[in-house]
Design a protein around this ligand. Structure first.
Ligand code: HEC
Ligand code: HEC
Length: 202
């Protein structure tokens, strides 16, 4: 009831008590108050990480991881005809698995393969590459497309997962994602607490 009251003006409260009180039992529960002013700046921090090439190059809709950054020249599809894999696993085609070249830690040589445990492409529905802030926001909140996670689970995944962590320690020549895993975890928590608002579709 308290949440309901803070979003109503006194006039509306009076109107509600006069006209709507009899229907109250049947009314749907009030929606969680969304604090857009507090939440959107937190989402912006999350978006700047998720859309960064160190993250988005593995979160693609098609079958090709991307390479991008100064030492690659431009954004391009991964060389060597690397694919998601005919089995849809994200680990690459049999005979040319990601782990043929990507080990559990980074090569120290410029243009050597980066590494982290369990290196593979994110499922296609978790797409961020070339997507807008509004689109990424909607995906992250959708359990049908985020691996069935709550926002609290997303935050913990970002803080603790080794593939995610690689984005802040990507090896020679690659720009790290902005901030840190801990800062991104905090931003997701704060955004979630503010009701997880998404920006308007642009
Ligand atoms: C090497 C590839 C790779 C990189 C790089 C990568 N991810 Fe992922 N990501 C994955 C895979 C694979 C999954 C699916 C894991 C699962 O569902 O268990 C995933 C899932 C996720 C999820 C949960 C689902 C969703 O889309 O909401 C989040 C959050 C996430 N990654 C964040 C990040 C962030 C942040 C970065 C960069 C700092 C990053 N990832 C970089 C491969 C990658
Ligand atoms: C034949 C070897 C080989 C295979 C197989 C391979 N990679 Fe790579 N990958 C590389 C090399 C080498 C680099 C670094 C290139 C450079 O820095 O110039 C790289 C870089 C990357 C990057 C970093 C791009 C960036 O901009 O930060 C990602 C992401 C990536 N690979 C994902 C994958 C995924 C996912 C698979 C499996 C589906 C895979 N790779 C399979 C050799 C390979």
């Amino acid at each position: 009831m308290r949440r309901f009251l803070i979003i109503l003006t006194p006039a509306a409260m009076l109107a509600a008590s006069v006209h709507l009180a009899p229907a109250q039992e049947a009314a749907p529960p009030p929606a969680l108050a969304v604090d857009t002013a507090a939440g959107l700046p937190q989402w912006q921090k999350v978006y700047e990480v998720f859309s960064h090439p160190r993250c988005a190059n593995c979160h693609v809709e098609d079958d090709r991881p991307r390479w991008s950054g100064a030492h690659y020249g431009a954004t391009r599809v991964h060389a060597f005809n690397v694919q998601r894999g005919t089995d849809g696993s994200g680990f690459g085609n049999p005979g040319l698995r990601c782990t043929t070249c990507h080990f559990s830690s980074n090569s120290n040589i410029l243009h050597g393969p980066p590494g982290a445990p369990n290196w593979h492409l994110a499922p296609a529905e978790m797409v961020w590459f070339d997507k807008s802030s509004a689109e990424i926001c909607a995906q992250v909140k959708d359990p049908a497309r985020n691996g069935g996670r709550t926002l609290a689970e997303i935050a913990v995944h970002v803080r603790d997962d080794k593939l995610v962590g690689w984005g802040w320690a990507p090896g020679p020549g690659r720009e790290p994602a902005p901030g840190s895993a801990e800062e991104t975890y905090q931003a997701i928590e704060a955004w979630s607490k503010a009701g997880a608002p998404c920006p308007a579709i642009d």
